[in-house]
Design a protein around this ligand. Structure first.
Ligand code: WT7
Length: 650
């Protein structure tokens, strides 16, 4: 069967930054002469305090892994995102803020205002003793102050680590402690979908488990009652009024870390992905411009949360580096009703809109009635990210939002990659629904044989996805654990960056991501380590053992399926199930709450005691015909039991 192909519309190609020929030409140069390609791009797109003399210095050899770009250059990220735009754009909107409540007037924050706010917040941080290289945790609602906080850190050379506001106090404490943060910046409450998450109370609970030297900077956003610890807590807005409105930029080395972002892996606790200053920013800016065909004056909306990498790169750093107008949305797609996205697009005449398949599926389920009546004619490009997009969701997006006339860019990338890796360019690439299509400039994807690790050279093939050489946006290390960095990404397949995804390449050389090949599941476009949920479950006094796998979920893509063996003498009950769900929510956060808990008197194990997850996955998927060889199990009868129980769940 031939895949449906959607070539770019002719009138679009006419004014796009890059057409098919230009893509081919630029791509070729980017991989044959990366020094020339990236050197020119970095000189053109970034302002340097001291120019770099060396472009690329990277090594993927296990034991010697090292990634450096523009290593002797000196620059500052906040200067590149704000100050240098002031002569031309002081009065242009930098951040367009749309609050949770549609009745709240939107804010148009100009580059001039952004400069002052960021300077003031920088001075507040300096007054708290935050110095170059210090870590600052940002645990915030989706409000402009979150962006100010990130940029203030960049301005003074501190390293920020944003923790998604949906994470629990325990998860927050782990991150504060892992990176040794000096300061946590938070807010009183985070309004979302008409509800309020008590961020300050969560931070209070987290800080009980942290050094008592950690300061707590609080943005009073909703004005609700909060508790206050004198001497530790600082009222950010009040302090910002008292400090100077200007703050000099700190010259930083290109390779100085800009931020740490924690992400789940297949083993152990989340790892702190470290991104650089210059290479990351360059890659963010370039992908934001080309992937979305962003033009000066456009209004760009990435609907992610700044707690994830998508928000870092495509709400804050990429757009601001390009002098764009970036929309920041505090709310959710389904409140007050499922027309909220489309209402915001109409209201602010959004030109590029970027969201996740899970959001599309959730809205699709509410029917087209919520779209009709909104004027979406400002839209030029639609994007998706987070997981492979299923045909139903693609068609719905294309028909109802794109009205059959807009390019849809399906962007494959990861927290670790900093920006888009495999993606269509809307003026250049014919798209095929469900395929992330072709590599971005400088990216050399390869398909490896999962067993031998050999590169498959046939165009049409299937295997694991790896990347052959470095690109400027690549993560540099795992915070505090370079060995873990090497082991996680460079040890399974020697000489390559291994992404953890499987993929298929079709006869046209298009990439189709088939999902994770490790024990990581993708829940609503967010990565969840099954080991993390398991260790949360077994930390409960009544749980003896737990095994967590993913299973197909209509809206989330993958749901969390937990097999739980109780301690001797404990009886399964609905109440206990609720208790365990709440337990996981408080240990990690609402996103980790199991969708299904199955009581498992025994788990399928090999004679050496290893849990056979393959079997558990199949049972969770309701696919009992394909269990494979179970004769090596210590006790094959547990499988019958599990299947019986699974059937009862429907
Ligand atoms: C994993 C990375 C990068 C932002 C969002 C998630 C999956 C991401 C796609 C896509 C198929 C995708 C992969 C990847 N993924 N985008 N367009 N098509 N799969 O970031 O939490 O670091 O997760 O998300 O499995 O490895 P993340």
């Amino acid at each position: 069967m031939k895949d449906m192909t959607y070539p770019p519309a002719e009138d679009f190609v006419g004014h796009a930054h890059v057409d098919a020929d230009r893509y081919a030409e630029m791509y070729k140069q980017s991989v044959t002469d990366p020094d020339a390609f990236w050197g020119a791009a970095a000189r053109e797109r970034l302002d340097w305090i001291e120019p770099f003399t060396r472009v690329k210095d990277t090594n993927f050899t296990l034991g010697e892994v090292s990634v450096k770009w523009f290593e002797d250059g000196v620059m500052n990220v906040a200067h590149n995102c704000i100050d240098r735009h002031l002569p031309a754009r002081a009065d242009q909107t930098a951040i367009l803020f749309e609050a949770d409540d549609p009745e709240t007037p939107a804010l148009h924050i100009t580059y001039g205002e952004l400069h002052e706010k960021v300077c003031r917040l920088s001075n507040v941080l300096l007054a708290q003793g935050v110095m170059r290289g210090d870590r600052v945790i940002i645990y915030m609602p989706m409000i402009p102050e979150a962006a100010y906080a990130m940029l203030a850190c960049a301005r003074i050379g501190a390293i920020h680590s944003v923790v998604f506001a949906g994470f629990s106090p325990d998860a927050l404490a782990n991150r504060v402690n892992d990176c040794g943060a000096k300061v946590v910046i938070t807010a009183d409450h985070a309004p979302r979908g008409g509800r309020r998450t008590p961020l300050k109370a969560n931070t209070d609970a987290a800080l009980l488990h942290c050094s008592d030297k950690v300061r707590c900077l609080v943005v009073k956003h909703t004005g609700d009652q909060i508790s206050w610890i004198d001497g530790r807590d600082v009222d950010v807005k009040a302090m910002m009024e008292q400090v100077a409105p200007d703050c000099p930029i700190r010259p930083m080395n290109a390779e100085d870390p800009l931020f740490i972002l924690y992400t789940s892996g297949s083993t152990g606790k989340p790892k702190g992905v470290v991104h650089s200053s210059a290479g990351y920013l360059l890659y963010a800016a370039m992908t934001q411009q080309y992937t979305f065909d962003y033009h000066d004056g456009d209004v760009f909306w990435c609907g992610a949360d700044v707690g994830w990498v998508t928000g870092h790169t495509y709400i804050v750093y990429g757009p601001l580096a390009n002098g764009a107008t970036t929309l920041m949305f505090e709310g959710v797609p389904t409140w007050p009703d499922a027309g909220r996205f489309w209402q915001v697009i109409e209201k602010h005449k959004v030109n590029q809109f970027y969201t996740a398949p899970t959001a599309i599926r959730a809205l699709m389920g509410q029917g087209t009635g919520f779209v009709e009546g909104y004027d979406l004619s400002s839209l030029k490009v639609l994007g998706t990210v987070g997981e492979p997009i299923n045909p139903e969701a693609w068609n719905w997006y294309n028909d109802n939002i794109g009205k059959g006339r807009l390019p849809i860019v399906d962007t494959w990338w990861q927290t670790e990659t900093g920006g888009h890796m495999i993606t269509p360019l809307p003026g250049a690439t014919a798209t095929k629904p469900g395929s992330a299509t072709l590599p971005f400039f400088g990216v050399q994807p390869v398909v490896l044989d999962p067993q031998s690790g050999a590169e498959i050279t046939e165009t049409a093939c299937e295997g694991v996805l790896a990347i052959k050489d470095s690109w400027p946006g690549q993560m540099r290390t795992v915070w505090g654990d370079h060995e873990r960095f090497e082991k996680t990404y460079f040890s399974d397949y020697k000489g390559y960056y291994f992404a953890g995804d499987g993929c298929r390449r079709d006869g046209d050389g298009y990439y189709w991501i088939t999902g994770r090949v490790d024990d990581v599941i993708n829940v609503s476009g967010h990565r969840m380590g099954t080991a993390e949920v398991e260790s949360a479950l077994v930390a409960h006094a009544k749980v003896a053992e737990a095994a967590v796998v993913g299973y197909p979920h209509e809206v989330k893509g993958q749901g969390i399926y937990a097999y739980v063996t109780l301690m001797n003498g404990e009886e399964p009950s609905d109440a206990l199930q609720k208790e365990l769900e709440t337990w996981v929510r408080t240990e990690i956060g609402p996103i980790a709450k199991p969708d299904l808990i199955q009581w498992a008197p025994g788990l399928p194990k090999t004679r050496s005691g290893k849990i056979m997850r393959r079997i558990l996955r199949k049972i969770a998927e309701n696919d009992y015909g394909a269990l494979g060889d179970i004769s090596t199990l210590a006790d094959p009868s547990v499988v019958e039991d599990l299947i019986e129980n699974r059937k009862n769940k429907g």
